[in-house]
Write a protein that binds this ligand. Structure first.
Ligand SMILES: [Ca+2]
Length: 250
């Protein structure tokens, strides 16, 4: 009789062990967290691959679109003079990645720097722009129209360096219209490309602007001061002019 009782106790212990195994699989299977981690890593890897693939496809499509757009722009100017410009992106792969992303999202036009930067033949190259000296004398409105026909504007000056570069290429006995005017006659100077007019970047001759009836601006050289500078003049006077456009990127 006592053997039967012991058998029952052993049987009950066996059942309890089996029940513990069934209700607590984590304790009984130590490889479960590793499996979960592996699955998570695989998923992360797949997501990363998908993201980079999508990014590369988008990047290639965008570059192609940009090239096509530039090719259309080239048709205006049949002959170009080009320089190879390399975009330098030094540092870690992360900085390379952020530079590309920055270019793509914030400065898409600058993507062209990865290729060739060109100016039409007979135009001068400085920084990221091209400049044309038109020696035909026209009034201010006709001068701007002439620049527009070449996909440019009358000169808009952003820095002293730019202005100094322009002066080096001009004839001191001539005057040249630039893209600054006062269309309302209220001394509210406006650049043709809507660049805000800043008093801190002006190069007026001493005593200029001097006449509310003179609504257009030209560059000329004054022998007394031995300097180039700006002078407001009547818009119907006929002068040479300066055009400016952004470099064409191929
Ligand atoms: Ca004047």
């Amino acid at each position: 009789m006592s053997y039967g009782w012991q058998y029952c106790v052993i049987q009950e212990k066996g059942k309890r062990k089996r029940r513990r195994k069934e209700t607590n699989p984590h304790k009984s299977n130590p490889s479960f967290p590793k499996l979960l981690l592996s699955l998570f890593l695989v998923l992360l890897l797949l997501l990363t691959i998908s993201f980079f693939t999508a990014f590369m496809i988008f990047f290639q499509k965008y570059s192609q679109l940009l090239k096509e757009k530039k090719t259309i722009k080239e048709l205006t100017h049949t002959e170009l003079e080009c320089m190879k410009e390399n975009l330098t992106m030094e540092g870690s792969p992360i900085s390379l990645y952020t530079s590309l992303l920055d270019l793509l999202l914030l400065h898409p036009k600058d993507l062209g720097l990865l290729y060739w930067s060109c100016c039409p033949k007979a135009w001068k190259s400085f920084s990221s722009n091209c400049y044309f000296i038109s020696t035909t004398r026209r009034n201010w409105t006709e001068s701007e129209r002439n620049c527009l026909e070449m996909k440019a504007h009358l000169l808009v000056i952003h820095t002293k360096d730019e202005q100094d570069f322009i002066f080096q290429n001009l004839d001191i006995n001539s005057a040249y219209y630039i893209g600054l005017s006062d269309p309302k006659g209220t001394r509210d100077w406006q650049w043709v490309d809507q660049t805000p007019y800043s008093e801190s970047v002006t190069f007026w001759h001493s005593g200029e602007p001097n006449n509310p009836d003179e609504g257009c601006v030209m560059l000329n050289f004054r022998y007394i001061s031995r300097k180039w500078g700006w002078n407001d003049v009547a818009c119907n006077g006929r002068h040479k002019s300066l055009c400016k456009m952004m470099k064409i990127h191929l």
